[in-house]
Write a protein that binds this ligand. Sequence first.
Ligand code: FES
Length: 846
Amino acid sequence: MIELTINGKEIKTEKGKTILQAALSNGIKIPNLCYDKRVVPFGACRVCVVEIEGQRKLEASCATLAGDGMVVLTDTPKVRKARQAVLEFMLVHHPLDCPVCDKAGECDLQELVYEYGKPNGRFVKEKKHSPPDTKGPLVELTANRCILCGKCVRICSEFQGRGALGFIGRGFSTVVQPAFGEAIECDYCGQCIDVCPTGALLNKSLKYKARPWTLEEKDTICPFCGCGCTVTLGVKDGKILRARGREDNGRNEGNLCGRGRFGFDYIYSENRLTSPLIRKGDELVPSSWEEALNYISDRLRNIIDSHGPSSIGAIGSPRCTNEENYLFQKFIRDVIGSDNIDSSAAFGYGLAEKAWEMSFGQSGHRIDLKSPAGKDVILVVESDLSVTHPVFGLNILKAKRNGSQLIVADSRETKLTRHSSHWANIKQGTGVALLNGIMKVIMERGLFDDKNTLKIKGFSDLEEILKDYTPERVSEITGIGVDELVAISETFAKAKTRMLTLSVGVSENTKGLDMVLAAANLINLVGESPDALQIPAEYANSFGLYQMGIRPDAGPGYKISDNTGKGISDMLYWAGPNMPDIRDADNGSWEELDKLMALKALYIMGTDPAVTFPDSSNITRRLKSLDLLIVQDIALTDTAKLAHVVLPASSWAEKDGTYTNAEGITQKVCKVTELTGQSFPDWQILKNLSLAMGKDLGIEDMGDIVEEINSLPPVHILPVNRSFNPVNYAWSEGTDVSYPLNMVVRDLLQHAGSMSTRSKTLGLVSSEARIEINERDAERFGISDNSHVRITSRQGTVYLKATVTDKVPDGTVYVPSHFPHSGVSTLTCHSARKGISMDAVRVEAA
Ligand code: FES
């Protein structure tokens, strides 16, 4: 630490900090326009100049290191005069169009000019006259207002890892533009809008809708991925008009991705439900709440009387709050008397949790968003974390910038592969083989602590299985070289600190329980702490719903249930332990299967399995076969269209409650806007339905639910109890002459699940599923960019537009599953162990 004096105050700071950083961290304000702590100081604006005792010249405090014993003055007449001159220069060209600029009222330049007084205007030069330039669907660039501070350029390039903006031109004609002045092609995160100190970069969706001072701002938690970012919502006349990040705010420290910033308008989609609906014939007809609740109550009671409570199942929602999920499982367990309850976490976080228990003997697997910091080596396997969990992805990039070695094993080019120290370009779906191969190399070279590792249960089984994973065979399976495999293995094993990370989720295939177990085996082999394995829960409350007991085998607080109920596989796939595999069924045996299932009613809250779950044709068939399907959601989803009764629920912004993010941190979700139509928060619907069924859940208000959750016995963290669970690599459905390509389902940056596809703003960037295909495969099958393609798997056929790209490898095509109308989930099938297995497809020009 060093000591210096600023404005007479003695302060301490770490060596290597600038004067500006030292001042700000000690509560001393120095005005600045081009400084942002996330990027390297630029020293462009000179607003931050200060006097340093013993030096004649004023220095830019953002670009001058604090020195031991330094005496600094930040607000002397000399400093103020210099700042006023700097501002005067800036205003030579800057248009004084504040009355029509959306930034007015929160513009840093405007604030400083106001503080330092109107400049004399000694320099007379014609104002710039470039009209607003829409550089893409979400951002408006008005070059006149740009002061060339470079914050947008640097945040995009250094921090986001994109580099979509740059300086073009020289001298007075310099402007910030995308490359060659063309339309912006970027992550559409909008971080450039947040950092712009003037109105040069503006949020197009807000333009002329509100002046900043007319917005009432409230913090809440983003409803999309498991990062749990804090967003500041701006509300006017009861409507959300803006979402932004504020510096250092929340787990995201003010950073937001495009979903969090622009996607909130999904709550205003046209297909929001405004009243309960009851099926009458082929139609869903609006009804009163009383009629709908009585209808459900009568039908559920009849089914319980005729078939027993275990004929009823339920699917909870990672979009609903902890309190709602808690009450949902309480309703199903206490009012209905069934343990048949599960969620989409069965395809993602549930697998991570299961592997965690099997490999480390602990429950409640959580990540730390900041865990990448300071790791010697970070290994990412078959995951695009910059897409699935953007803020976690940013932290991985930051660690790399600060010296971590980043090894990314992936089949296609991603932001992480572009910024990696090494991209192991493996074939998609071969991650298990890669991890086994790494372990084999580590074992053969004795790069593990054999004294402790040999004692771990299952070591000899692991050794036995790994015999087949010689570097040569793994090279053949994965497509990477033997030397490359050995180098990766040695780098990972020899690192002093390391992290292995991957994502698992319903909208990604090729990764399932086996992949997570293989990753955990590697962590055990190198004797790392279980925390070195980071698998983030996929959606906003996937972690929380699991804690709240939305699972068939445990109640709230991980309390193991005596009666294990049916999970997703049993309820939707006819694939339980005693069930014949669906593919064995010929047309005549469906009724037989339905009888075996013994599930007569399903209550689905906030989930759209007919679109987002794999093998959706068979799910649709299953849902249609039920005696009673109740869907409670905010919109008329494809699943809701199949229901006997539909209940309108309020959205994330229309209720209070909590989400628990992938780190296991519970955060408040706030009501910022009024209910839509006759919708109610899910917990109120459940409370009223219980009363209609003659049972009182003992809940009057939200406070009662919170009290019950808080009274759950604390979860004891068990000591680490390691086991090896060896797994073999198993190739998914094979390609052949009829189905020559592998199809991989992966997420898009602009979407999380299907809910975000209802956002009009996000739809301006990404509104349809496209198949990504390599140029050579495209040529081979007669497909051109933007043309329509018929895609046929052994499960079904869909039609999508093609994007021909060199970012994907030969022999593999990539599709997203977010869009309901695309029908992509009809092409896929389900296997909990292997993931939603990679499917073989053929593609033809349509
Ligand atoms: Fe220091 Fe701009 S903040 S020069």
